[in-house]
Design a protein around this ligand. Sequence first.
Ligand SMILES: [Zn+2]
Length: 451
Amino acid sequence: MDDDLFIERALESATETRFLLTAAGARHDSAAVFEKQFGTAPAIVITDESTFAAAGRDVVDSFHRNGHPVADPFVFGPDVYAEDRCVQQLQAALTGVEGIPVAVGSGTINDLTKLVAHRLNRPYLAVATAASMDGFTAYGASITDKGSKQTFDCPAPQAVLADLEVIAAAPPGLNASGYADLIAKIAAGADWMIADAAGIEPIRPDVWATVQSRLHHWVSSPAGIRNSDPTALRSLVAGLMMSGFAMQAARSSRPASGAEHQFSHLWDMQHHTHNGVAPSHGFKVGIGTLASIGLYDELIRRDLTSRSVDDLMQRWPTAEQLESKIRDLFEPGELAEKAVEETRAKYASRSQLREQMNRLHAAWPELKQRLQQQLIPFSRLRDMLAEAGAAFEPEQIGISRTRLRLSYEQAFYIRRRFTVLDLAMLSGEGEAAMDELFSHTGCWAAGAGRS
Ligand SMILES: [Zn+2]
């Protein structure tokens, strides 16, 4: 089965998106695609200044050529961010204007339009101008509200156009960022495997296959991403869109997000910036993927069944002990409260805990082998990120080794999802494994990376 047929199958099980076109010059077909989805309803194009120049103007022209009613485009200025202020601005502009939104841009424009379209009870069409993340076809929009990043419930676009010509000419780093967000599914998949083995979150085979069955192929030409090779970009778009479809089908980000995204979310919640700007989602997730895979490599090297379940049960901290650990690790404030809430939500009863540990111990010899097949070794993954033009050392996104070591500790607490961080805790090997990663022989040894 080729990618096209595979995508068609996934569209059949996606709950919101009905149509995807990936082609060079797809922007010129916007009006035709729009008419198939929405009939004669008028359209309104949403862009920013740079995506208007890259594709928005041609999208508007396609409506004019077809004699299809289209309102004046709404063009954001240069200070457009996925934040509440811009949501209000767009919502005010669209209220009272008849028209189905056509979002022309990458993550920010898409997320803003997704949320506002939903609030105004309208479907929308997305025209992707960069393959920068997997959110185009995902359920939900990631928006900063009152200073903290939140995911708002709202449906994915009804149809998506990905113009490979425009994507190939996207500003430097954007497609590399999407590449890192895609390769992250290697680690996210491993996390789902262990959550499944522990009896916590069973794998849904159809959703698993949507993301995982071609993943190694989709990420196989990192240099092609850097060079804007059309075949490599087509694979990247396919992988990112399919990840979104999987999230639509699962109504959860589980198929596409694990511990590696927790590192990124942690840094978002800490309002991390580097040289005055927040690093891209994909660059943060790429470093998070290395962090996750480094930990997997170390845990796989160890015998996770060497300590008896009884011994582990005795050492397991109480909920109160965990809470006081959180108070030590985080500054007082919103993030600390979130960590307390999430940690409480995943705190297992003694009997649940015993059952999880028993299952993991029983599964480990075979699970370890399946994990090795799933994962890409740390040094290879780092080279792939580098070849694609993504960040491959934490310092490139302004995260020191000391901060990364602390992030390993903190990331465990900020989300209830079961990941490699939980496996490390549950095995009793977590502290020693993390210390090893930062020792002079570990993957995060100072100066260990490629130049
Ligand atoms: Zn992501």
